[in-house]
Structure formats: structure tokens, C-alpha cells
Design a protein around this ligand. Sequence first.
Ligand code: ADP
Ligand code: ASP
Ligand code: MG
Length: 416
Amino acid sequence: MARLVMKFGGTSVADIERIGVVARHVKREIDAGHEVAVVVSAMSGRTDQLVAWCREASMLHDAREYDAVIASGEQVTAGLLAIVLEGIGINARSWQGWQLPILTSNVHGSARILDINGAELIKRFRERKEVAVVTGFQGINKETGRITTLGRGGSDTSAVAVAAAIQADRCDIYTDVDGVYTTDPRVVPRAQRLEKVSFEEMLELASLGAKVLQVRSVELGMVHKVRIFVRSSFERPEDIDPHGTPPGTLICDEEDIVEQQVVTGIAFSKDEAQIAVRHVPDKPGIAAAIFGPLADASVNVDMIVQNVSSDGATTDLTFTVPASEYQRSIDVLGKAKSAIGFARLDGATDVAKISVIGIGMRSHAGVAAQAFKALASRNINIRAITTSEIKFSVLIDAAYTELAVRTLHSLYGLDK
Ligand code: ADP
Ligand code: ASP
Ligand code: MG
């Protein structure tokens, strides 16, 4: 017998028929003798719609009300799954974030989980075989008593946090792909499923654009040593061998991976924007004058490049910010114009960041240089580069995203 958390994402609960399949997956694990707690997302597309409604109501809406609105999607699916489970003879009860409770920080729209009462879930399963169906993505702040949400994709984090709270043996993330691939299989059909990925590499993949797991869920899994297994909800529950190992990807410690490749995977993100601060006097304190105000405004700056300006006498500082922070960054810099002393600001929002990730890079030189050559042979211009111990990223024009990802995927021998 094992204790399991089963998390089902948006496409897995997209309609009543799919919720029926989810219920059969839950039944399968209970019939196999396991203790189970379930975490669900909103039906696919629902959260996007709720966000759009908030924006339509007012572009400057109160973040507390935004959370009140967008948390509602998960309430619907948790209730519906509990109803369907009861219908097939399984004792079930839905739990919203405030009911359990899942206590979080007070940062509306991207709150952090602080504590979860897991004891009640275990007790109810032990005493009456009652399955808890917990709403993902949401919690409550104790001081204000208000509903909070955890940031897009946050149900993964809810699931891992519940798994840590009930000391589950495994946290199964059921989604619309049967594991973590070498890159997004929707973009590169030749991508390969990875049997195992280390927490560290998964953190990089997730934070650099592979949205299969929310970054925070991987961090939590690493800290609390939760075994996270990514697998498909699209298999027929009745076809799964209860004693076999289903297809999927285990996120685990580096030591548990026997055959380590140099490059594990490629992630990409179009959620970047580039800003160039032109013709700045080249003297000490200039970087502080530019990045200080941005830091004060909580803008996350990445990929910084400094060049000599076209006049040969001044300097240009170019860097990236999240696309969602682009306008705010331009406004912040505009206000600091006289303190910085630049001539003009240029911006580009049609850029993409392509990142190559692999623990093997620690011990292999020249991995990035190969990519620069391959991209050049495809006539893809690199606008900026960053590197760290186990990854490097290049910024390119967004129009070349797919070509660049496919080129690098073949280059590092990741094609099927
Ligand atoms: P869910 O609704 O189940 O949470 P998501 O849409 O959030 O599902 O995440 C699953 C999607 O992540 C897949 O459909 C796939 O397109 C995308 N994805 C991006 N990168 C990867 C990757 N490296 N491996 C697998 N899936 C990936
Ligand atoms: N429903 C939320 C979202 O779409 C949370 C999730 O699916 O993980 O972001
Ligand atoms: Mg998701």
C-alpha cells in the first residue's frame, strides 16, 4: 500500500466525460489498495476566461478581487469530481483552499503556500475511506482571511504541497502528455520522453519556459523530497497494469540518474522583451543608475549586454525583462532619464529566449559554442547570451523560435 497524491490538469478535467475518466483513474488506485488524495485544476480555458473577464471589467482591478474570481474555476471541478466519484461508489468530499485550510502568503496572484493541514485528509481516508478532492491553485491568507491564488500553473504546486503535508510516497501529475520530454513535443514531434530528470534540471526547464510543471512545485519537491511523477491522464484506466510501471517521467535526485547526457533538454519562452538604453556616458555608477530603479520597481532583469554606441564615445546597455513588465520598465526608465543621462530607449517585444539545459555541461566545455555555430549556419542572429553552470540561453527574433529549437534539438542528438 502506498499513499498517493493524484493531480489532474485542465485538459484532464475539460468536461464531464473527462472527469469520468479521472474518477476511474482514482478508483483504479483505491482498488489497488492505495490511500489517495486528489488535486484538480480548473477546466481547460476556464482560468483564461476568468482572467479576461477581470481585465474587461477593469484594467486596474483590485488583486484581491482578481483572486476571488480566478479561484472559482477549481471550485467547480473539485465539486464535480466529488459528485462523479460518489456516483461510482467512492466516498469523496471536495475541499477548497480556505476549508482545508491551505495557508498562504498575502501576495495576491502569486501567493506562496505556508502550511497545509494534512492530518484531516489522512484521518478521513483511514476512518471512512473518504477521498479528498482538493482545489489546486488557491489558498487563504490567515491574517486577512482572503482567498489567494498561486500564479498560473499553480495546481502543480498545490499537489506537491499536499503530498509533502501528508507524507505521500509519490505525487502523480496527470496531464495531456505522458511525461517530460527533451523539449515541448507539440513544437518538436521528434522530442523524446525522459525516464528521469533531476530536480535541478527540471527547475531550469520549468523556469525557462517548459510549462509542464510550475517552477515552484519543483522547488517544493526538492526541499521536501517529494517524488514527482509526470504521466498521462489520457490512457484508459482499465488498460493500466496495477503492478507495472506506467510511461512517465520521475523527477528525482541527480544521484538516481545512471546515464547522464550532456544536454537533457531545450526550453523556450516568448514571454521576453528587450530594452536598449542608448548613448549612456561610459562611467562608473551607470549600471546602478539603470538597474537600481528597475530593482526598486521589482522588475526582474535578465540577459544584460553592454556595447560601445554607434558614436564610439558613449555606451549602450541592452537587457531583457518579462514581456508583462515591458511597459512598466520603459516608464520607470523614462522617469530616471536625467539621472541616467541616456539619449533614447529602444525596445523589442518580438524576441524569444531559447535555453539549453544539462547537468553534463558542468564537465563538458564547448557545448554553447556548438550552438552558436549551428544557429549561424541557419542565419539566426543572436541578440544576447547568458550562461550558468548547467544551462545557457540565447535571445533571438521570435520568428525563428521553432527553427532554432529544432536545430539545437538535432545538434545535441535529442531527436528520436
Ligand atoms: P496541465 O493543464 O495538465 O497542467 P499544462 O498545459 O500546464 O498541463 O502542461 C502540459 C503541456 O506542457 C504539454 O501539453 C506540453 O505542450 C507543454 N510542455 C512544454 N515543454 C514540455 C516538455 N519539455 N515536456 C512535456 N511537455 C511540455
Ligand atoms: N487553473 C490554473 C491555471 O490555469 C492553475 C493550473 O491549471 O495549474 O493557471
Ligand atoms: Mg499546468
